[in-house]
Design a protein around this ligand. Structure first.
Ligand SMILES: Cc1cc2nc3c(=O)[nH]c(=O)nc-3n(C[C@H](O)[C@H](O)[C@H](O)COP(=O)(O)OP(=O)(O)OC[C@H]3O[C@@H](n4cnc5c(N)ncnc54)[C@H](O)[C@@H]3O)c2cc1C
Length: 469
């Protein structure tokens, strides 16, 4: 006899990360009957174990580094003696921010009339899902729906020889450290490994980064990553590029093989393995739908539809770029379609920010990518060393670069590297999305003194009329 409680809804969302919760919220606001099932915490990876806690830790580490830099006096005339950090308190402060934001999501969903079910979903078919409460071995609820939205996100990739646990940290462990390690080895010089590696170095750990590619941030243009490389060296982060990790033991540490096939070991108290993330596609019956896949990701079209009618997918589950703001934008797009609107997910660019020190922002193609795509383009950079605000912030390294079509000056992309440039991402995305031309940016009055003036100056320079360079 079937003892499961049953409910029906128009839209059923699996996963309460930025993709899933935004979709549910928008659908609820539009009057669509919506149920959201989440097995862990509302807010998903982003709010609980990703974007927000990592940026909190990075900020705390930066504050501590600033304090330490003033010991014995500084050019600014500030003197501090013996700064100290209580990492357990730092983690409590970070957790407080997470709780505030995840609690806010719960309130927003409630206000929008979304039913939030806490539990792990298992797909029976494209219109039926069972839910097991966390800790239970069997389901207690069956939900039937007209539309199923898959937003189950991604999970960190494990190295077979180094499964997570104990001294072997995933990014999740690194965000709630049990101790501040004396020696931390970071495997992977992508944005997650470097953001956290830099933070730990600033907190006082000896940090070594091992990367299989020959350069850091391998998916980014080298001109942008060069200032990050220099900053890592200045900070005392040791880099082993072109090296593979072959194993680990508590006695010798991390076993490495370099390009010449030499083998050596790096002693470590903790090892952060940050070698990528993969879509979460297993363990909840997804395979029973036989959806078309794009590699390991669920394949979707420009409306975020999968190959099965009324089954949609968004966010990290659908592949790169695995970023929270892409997931949110897709979630909103799907919800509005289910509510009857005509929408497509076809952004001109999805901004990407590395919160390294210095920060890196990429919106749209680099000059190399534009030319490789056969576009005749102009590009121009403006150095932050010529920007007054950057000097007053002691942040004069780096530059802002614009890429535009030569024929009509349509802006295709922006890139920047420097302290505080993450906040320029909005201006970059707006100009690309709105189809701005170099003249639009060059002739807009930008407030003085701000880093934004470097944006205007890059556009002026592309037009051959830079003022301050
Ligand atoms: C350390 C770190 C830092 C990051 N920093 C940034 C950043 O600065 N900016 C940025 O844009 N992105 C960042 N990201 C990436 C960002 O977190 C993800 O791109 C984003 O969270 C993806 O959203 P999503 O909704 O697709 O999935 P997720 O946020 O992963 O949410 C999926 C949710 O689905 C739930 N779920 C899965 N399966 C089931 C099931 N069967 N039943 C019920 N629930 C289920 C999971 O518990 C999870 O909560 C970072 C990631 C990490 C790890």
């Amino acid at each position: 006899m079937n003892t499961l409680k049953e409910i029906s809804t128009h839209l059923l969302v699996l996963g309460g990360g930025p993709g899933g919760y935004v979709a549910a919220l928008r659908a609820g606001q539009l009057g669509v009957a919506t149920v959201l099932v989440e097995g862990a915490g509302l807010g998903g990876t982003c709010l609980n174990i990703g974007c927000i806690p990592s940026k909190a830790l990075i900020h705390a580490a930066q504050e501590f580094a600033h304090a330490r830099a003033q010991v014995g006096g500084s050019a600014l005339g500030i003197r501090i003696s013996d700064p100290h950090i209580d990492v357990a308190q730092t983690v409590r402060w970070k957790d407080g921010i997470v709780q505030r934001l995840t609690g806010g999501v719960a309130t927003l969903l409630r206000k929008a009339g979304v039913q939030h079910v806490q539990g792990w979903a298992h797909i029976e078919d494209g219109k039926t899902v069972t839910v097991r409460a966390p800790g239970d071995s069997s389901p207690s609820l069956r939900i039937r729906c007209e539309h199923l939205l898959l937003a189950t996100g991604s999970e960190p990739v494990e190295l077979p020889a180094m499964p997570f646990g104990g001294a072997l940290w995933s990014s999740t462990d690194a965000l709630s450290p049990d101790v501040l390690p004396k020696r931390l080895v970071v495997v992977g010089a992508g944005y997650i490994g470097l953001e956290l590696g830099i933070a730990y170095r600033k907190l006082g750990a000896e940090v070594t980064v091992v990367e299989a590619a020959q350069r850091i941030l391998p998916s980014y243009d080298e001109e942008l990553t060069e200032p990050v490389l220099q900053a890592l060296q200045k900070l005392g982060v040791v880099l082993h590029l072109g090296c593979n990790v072959t194993g680990w033991d508590a006695h010798q540490g991390v076993h490495i093989r370099n390009a010449q096939a030499d083998e050596f070991a790096l002693p470590a108290d903790r090892v952060l393995v940050a070698v990528g993330r993969r879509p979460r596609t297993q363990g909840f019956g997804l395979e029973s739908l036989h959806l078309d896949m794009a590699g390991r990701c669920v394949a979707i079209d420009a409306r975020c539809k999968t190959s099965m009618r009324n089954v949609w997918a968004i966010g990290d589950l659908t592949g790169e770029p695995m970023l929270a703001h892409r997931a949110m934008a897709q979630g909103e797009c799907v919800a509005e379609q289910i509510a009857g609107q005509v929408r497509r997910f076809e952004p001109r660019a999805v901004p990407a920010v590395c919160f390294t020190d210095p920060e890196v922002v990429v919106v749209g193609p680099t000059p190399g990518e534009a030319r490789a795509a056969g576009i005749d383009c102009l590009d121009a950079s403006f150095p932050l060393a010529a920007n007054g605000r950057a000097l007053t912030l002691q942040a004069s390294g780096g530059f802002v670069r614009v890429v535009a079509r030569r024929s009509d000056h349509l802006i295709l992309g922006w890139q920047a590297v420097g302290q505080g440039v993450a906040e320029l991402a909005a201006a970059f995305s707006q100009s690309v999305e709105m189809g701005a031309r170099l003249e639009d940016i060059a002739h807009t009055i930008h407030a003085h003194p701000t880093l934004g003036e470097a944006v205007q100056e890059a556009a002026l320079r592309a037009l051959g009329k830079a003022l301050h360079f």
